[in-house]
Design a protein around this ligand. Structure first.
Ligand code: ADP
Ligand code: MG
Length: 163
């Protein structure tokens, strides 16, 4: 059995969410897949901006790929930003080459990842957002015994994880 890791945060503002995302982004390495789960407006795209910033991509360049489905950003570590909201599910995603995208050389972020759960790698990092107020979001981060997780835990200590 793989050891499971879990951290949870309360974000009180968009800036808090960006800071948590930057801490995760600093810990990520090429080949990592981050699955983002949460309702519309929960903060998935904002979180991607923070991860991108940590990877050296200006936040203004990261916009929601809901209509394009995939945006690829060149950088020191390439970032593939995917939003599968408009896809019917894993089968359609598979048909457009999702497996290849998910096993690319860079870091891969997937919004609405639960729609393609069966295509996600076992070692992906899952970030789950819950809207708990106008400006408040609960952010839970789960991973298998992932080599990046302890690094992220250390980097995120200043955000006072509750669990
Ligand atoms: P999603 O991609 O999940 O649909 P977005 O990141 O596009 O969501 O939008 C999140 C919206 O919620 C933004 O308008 C953002 O300003 C707002 N917001 C308010 N409080 C927070 C918070 N604590 N964390 C993230 N977003 C927040
Ligand atoms: Mg979005």
């Amino acid at each position: 059995m793989c050891d499971k890791r879990h951290l949870s945060f309360s974000s009180e503002s968009p800036e808090d969410t960006l800071a948590i995302a930057r801490a995760l982004g600093e810990a990520l390495r090429p080949g990592d897949v981050v699955a983002l789960v949460g309702d519309l407006g929960a903060g998935k795209t904002l979180f991607c901006k923070g991860v991108g910033e940590a990877l050296g991509i200006p936040p203004g360049r990261i916009v929601s790929p809901t209509f394009t489905i995939v945006t690829e950003h060149a950088g020191p570590v390439p970032l593939t930003h995917i939003d599968v909201y408009r896809l019917s599910g894993a089968r359609e995603a598979d048909e457009i080459g999702m497996r290849e995208l998910l096993s690319g050389d860079g870091v891969c972020l997937v919004e609405w990842a639960e729609k393609i759960a069966e295509l996600l790698p076992m070692d992906c990092i899952q970030v789950t957002f819950t809207i708990s107020g106008d400006d408040r979001r609960e952010i839970a981060i789960d991973a298998q015994d992932h080599p990046r997780f302890d690094d992220f835990r250390a980097r995120s200590q200043r955000f006072q994880p509750r669990g």
